[in-house]
Structures are given as structure tokens and as C-alpha cells.
Design a binder for this molecule. Structure first.
Ligand SMILES: [Zn+2]
Ligand SMILES: [Zn+2]
Ligand SMILES: [Zn+2]
Length: 163
């Protein structure tokens, strides 16, 4: 079982983003794919935000950069980043989030905090195994085994308890 934890609000986020970007360079180098300026910027924006962003929100941020980014270009960048495993798509939010373990291929679900919007990954192969076992029994063909759980993260719960 592999829980990608919620980051505490006080953590060194500058370093967090830097680490993620360095890791992305390595992943691309190893796979021989190119992290173009736009792809790089999209990933950086996702990491800077630290909570999922929709394609539309990304577009707005890129326009603020002074970039003439068009939706198809952004979708292509997102597609590339998804293929490299550098980001994940959070279906229920119709948004994207940076992955902190892109070197490792993994199926993932998400714990989504309703208060701060942060997301933690839930990678547990036994869940996926159980889904495929049950699907097989039902003769059901799974296309998207989406596991997305909403609630409150540890930091938001602690806040609530204090008041
Ligand atoms: Zn961070
Ligand atoms: Zn991941
Ligand atoms: Zn929270």
C-alpha cells in the first residue's frame, strides 16, 4: 500500500515545486521525450497550485503569463504529461494534479479534501484487484476504475477541532 500524503500547509512549497520539476526533467530524459516550454509551464502551474486545476483554469493562468495558449495546445500538453505519468486526471473534479512518483507506474485513486482542495493519491493494488475480480464475476468490462473519495484532510480536521 502506498499513500501519497497530504502536504502540510506549512511545508517548503518552493522546494516541493523545484523537486517535482527536476524529477520531471529526469523522467523525460530517460524516456527520450521532450519537456517543451509549454509542457514544462503547465506542469509547473499544476505543482505551484498544489491542488487540482482544470484545463480552463490552466488556460487562464497561461494567458496571465502573456502566452497565447489555445485550448487544443493545452490539451495536447496535458495529454503528454498524462502519458509520461507526470500528472493524473481527477475525474470528479474534471481537473489535473501533479504526481510525486512518476518514475513508478501505478494505478491511483484520490482522497480529495473538500475544504482546502488538496488531493492525496491512493495507490493500493488490492483495491484494483478486487474491482477486476468483481467485474469478472459480473461479466463487466471496466473502462475507468475511478476511485475518488471526498472528505476532509488531516490539516482541515485539526483546524475544525480547535474551534
Ligand atoms: Zn508543496
Ligand atoms: Zn501518481
Ligand atoms: Zn484540507
Amino acid at each position: 500500500m502506498d499513500h501519497h500524503l497530504f502536504k502540510s500547509p506549512g511545508h517548503d512549497h518552493g522546494r516541493c515545486v523545484k523537486t517535482a520539476m527536476n524529477r520531471a526533467e529526469q523522467v523525460c530524459q530517460r524516456s527520450g521525450s521532450r519537456l517543451t516550454t509549454l509542457r514544462r509551464r503547465v506542469l509547473e502551474l499544476l505543482w505551484q497550485n498544489h491542488a487540482p486545476l482544470s484545463a480552463y483554469e490552466l488556460l487562464e493562468l497561461l494567458v496571465r503569463d502573456g502566452r497565447k495558449a489555445q485550448p487544443p495546445t493545452i490539451y495536447r500538453s496535458l495529454e503528454f504529461l498524462l502519458e509520461c505519468g507526470l500528472i493524473h486526471r481527477v475525474e470528479s473534479l474534471n481537473a489535473y494534479i501533479g504526481c510525486d512518483q512518476p518514475q513508478k507506474e501505478h494505478e491511483t485513486g484520490f482522497f480529495i479534501c473538500e475544504s482546502c482542495g488538496y488531493v492525496a493519491e491512493l495507490s493500493d493494488s488490492s483495491i484494483n484487484l478486487s474491482i477486476s475480480k468483481n467485474a469478472e464475476l459480473l461479466g463487466f468490462r471496466v473502462h475507468k476504475p475511478t476511485i475518488e473519495i471526498s472528505g476532509l484532510c488531516k490539516f482541515c480536521t485539526e483546524d475544525n477541532d480547535e474551534h
